[in-house]
Design a binder for this molecule. Structure first.
Ligand SMILES: Cc1ncc(C[n+]2csc(CCOP(=O)(O)OP(=O)(O)O)c2C)c(N)n1
Ligand SMILES: [Mg+2]
Length: 625
């Protein structure tokens, strides 16, 4: 049997019938559409979604977002919360609607999160070009702005003809549901093509289950890896996001307890073990704990599980200082497994840990890190309670939010000074509690991403921690959340500019130039005048949010209590001291400083930079033969 449908109707019907399955649990592979309509998609995908709603055929929920970049963040937040087993589709018009998604596409691909992007495209038939918003290129007749998605997508296709649609859809689903390949998947749908009818074969719309398997490592690779680990004297485990996506916390817990190996975590892996687990030593690298960084400095074998080894994790190549350090990397992608010349274990994290445990049986390492962990925990306690001058410190704010959170509550962040403070100070008690997007560290992800998390698990309280800079970039999804009846708690941290880049600027000798949100002074040409008459709390109110204004940490605790009790989106506003630094990670991050300068501050910073650089190394030593 054949179905005469438009291409857009076929896309919607197809997606409504896609499922994933892992460990016997089945869920929708694409849970719904986020979108903003324009002339490129209103008559195509727009019509198809309306028709599906009205006729009661298996339909997809539709959420109207306020910004296309934000809606990709929402899809990415959703996918991360669902451990990459389910995501959302994003429909846009052509031109700016589609290019607004580029940043979201990059974020998803960098973080290895599946999102399905369906930008409309210019006419396939090309009868009367250029259409509104078309990019003309005198050299290439088939170029459109959507070509910019190619390097950002793990799968990209432009469907010029209806006959091409089935293969494009199946290709898209394969990549979306493959944890080794996944990221942004982009199918460009020309605006005329979306409305064109075709006799699609019935089988295209059959229910289809994409089984997400748990590939086991090669037994010989396990033997080699186990030999490296057994021969270690001071091993360290690095738990990355792969542990969480694979739901491998129980297996990691067992291996760590049995072997006694300390476990450090990355931004994406935080929560893989509860903060008070006997083997947990906190975050690793530039935003980590000094305990983990000291252990990394002495480790002779590092077992990295589900980590991309970003520069923050490796402290830009300075974290691992043992001259003979070797790496064993358990990862679903051979690309990551091979990093740092490791002995690679290409496998699902849970399956890999299960295979590794018997191979390490009886090998126990006696760590001497427990006193250091206790001392660090006392430092965090003090930071949580450290009063600033007139204003609370950010560490204090994090402490209050941490206290307010139940074990299942989720905290969301992405950019500014908070990711670093959170990785150092946050005490995660559940693998899905800590959601700091630090692959792309994209200002503006927070509220939009939190919306996706709430959609993915409405049973959890979701806290978006937002700096004033991020808020000013992308606060508008507050309106989307209110329209959808999705409750978020937004903690809005006002410090009048970039505490993060301000501190970094000072470190690299740039004297905080251009990092404050203040009036510009004529003498210096910098923003060092009076504070601006900006009221972000009033701004949030104007978007329809309930707002609680807090001054002290005690106010914040009370405000969060009220926000939890409320059934609507609440913004809790607090001003903090931008200059109060939290405890140090005793680590380094490579940000190059000008080699020549007339400014003393730059020349001084350059000297410090070269000192840090001295410790930087490649890791080329073969991991295991
Ligand atoms: C989209 C985007 N633009 C620029 C940056 C670079 N950047 C990183 S942090 C930051 C400032 C963030 O300001 P705010 O949200 O107020 O946080 P704070 O630093 O004050 O904690 C900037 C500009 C970024 N990460 N993302
Ligand atoms: Mg700020």
């Amino acid at each position: 049997m054949k179905h005469r449908l438009t291409v857009a109707q076929a896309v919607v019907r197809f997606l409504a019938n896609q499922f994933t399955e892992r460990d016997g649990i089945r869920q929708r592979a694409v849970a719904g559409f986020l979108g903003i309509f324009g002339h490129g998609n209103v008559a195509g995908i727009g019509q198809a979604l309306l028709q599906a709603q009205r006729t009661g055929s298996p339909h997809m929920p539709y959420l109207l977002a306020r910004n296309e970049q934000a809606m990709v963040h929402t899809a990415a937040g959703y996918a991360r919360m669902r451990n990459r087993l389910s995501t959302m589709a994003c429909t846009t018009s052509i031109g700016p609607g589609s290019t607004n998604m580029l940043t979201g596409a990059a974020l998803a691909t960098v973080n290895r999160l599946p999102v399905l992007l369906l930008p409309a495209d210019v006419f396939a038939t090309r009868v009367a070009p250029p259409v509104l918003q078309e990019l003309e290129d005198p050299r290439f007749g088939d170029v459109s702005v959507n070509d910019a998605f190619r390097p950002l997508s793990r799968f990209f296709d432009r469907v010029w003809r209806p006959e091409q649609l089935p293969a494009a859809l199946l290709g898209a689903m394969r990549v979306l549901t493959d944890p080794a390949e996944t990221g942004a998947v982009t199918l460009c749908l020309p605006q005329d093509l979306q409305t064109e009818a075709y006799e699609f074969p019935d089988e295209l719309f059959a229910e289809r289950v994409w089984h997400v398997t748990r590939p086991a490592p090669d037994p010989l690779a396990v033997e080699r890896a186990a030999a490296v680990i057994r021969g270690a004297r001071r091993p360290l485990i690095v738990a990355g996001g792969g542990v969480i996506y694979s739901e491998a916390s129980a297996q990691l817990d067992r291996l760590a307890r049995e072997t006694g190996i300390p476990v450090a975590d990355t931004q994406a892996g935080k929560g893989a073990l509860s903060w008070d687990h006997p083997n947990a030593v906190g975050g690793l690298g530039a935003t980590g704990s000094p305990v983990a960084n000291r252990l990394a400095g002495h480790a002779d074998v590092v077992l990295g599980i589900g980590t991309r080894y970003s520069d923050f994790t490796t402290a830009s190549g300075t974290a691992f200082r043992h001259p003979q350090v070797r790496f064993v990397n358990l990862n679903i992608t051979s690309f990551d497994a091979g990093k740092l010349s490791a002995s690679p274990l290409v496998a699902d994290a849970r399956a890999g840990l299960q295979a590794l445990r018997p191979a390490l049986h009886g090998r126990r390492f006696t760590g001497d890190f427990h006193d250091d962990v206790a001392a660090w925990n006392a430092t965090v306690d003090r930071a949580y309670r450290k009063r600033g001058g007139d204003l609370p410190t950010q560490a204090e704010v994090i402490g209050v939010v941490n206290d307010a959170c139940g074990a299942r509550d989720v905290v969301v962040q992405a950019a500014g000074s908070m990711p670093g403070d959170l990785q150092r100070l946050w005490r995660a008690r559940d693998p899905k509690q800590y959601h700091v997007e630090y692959g792309f560290s994209c200002m503006g992800f927070e509220i939009a991403g939190a919306l996706g998390i709430k959609l993915a698990d409405p049973s959890r309280e979701v806290y978006a921690l937002v700096g004033d800079g991020s808020y000013l970039m992308m606060a508008q999804e507050i309106v989307t959340a209110i329209a959808e009846g999705l409750k978020l708690i937004v903690v809005l941290v006002q410090n009048h500019g970039f505490a993060s880049i301000g501190a970094l600027s000072e470190e690299v000798g740039s004297q905080r130039f251009g990092t404050s949100y203040r009036f510009k002074s004529a003498q210096t040409g910098d923003y060092d005048g009076a504070l601006l008459p900006v009221d972000l709390a009033a701004n949030a109110e104007s978007l329809g949010a309930a707002v609680i204004r807090c001054r002290t940490a005690a106010d914040l605790a009370e405000g969060l209590k009220r926000a939890r009790e409320a059934d609507h989106l609440t913004v809790v506003h607090i001003e903090t001291d931008p200059l109060a630094a939290g405890p140090s990670s005793e680590s380094w991050w490579d940000v190059p400083v000008a080699e020549v300068a007339t400014l003393h501050s730059t020349r001084h910073a350059r000297t410090g930079y070269l000192e840090g650089k001295r410790d930087q190394r490649h890791h080329l030593r073969p991991g295991g033969q």
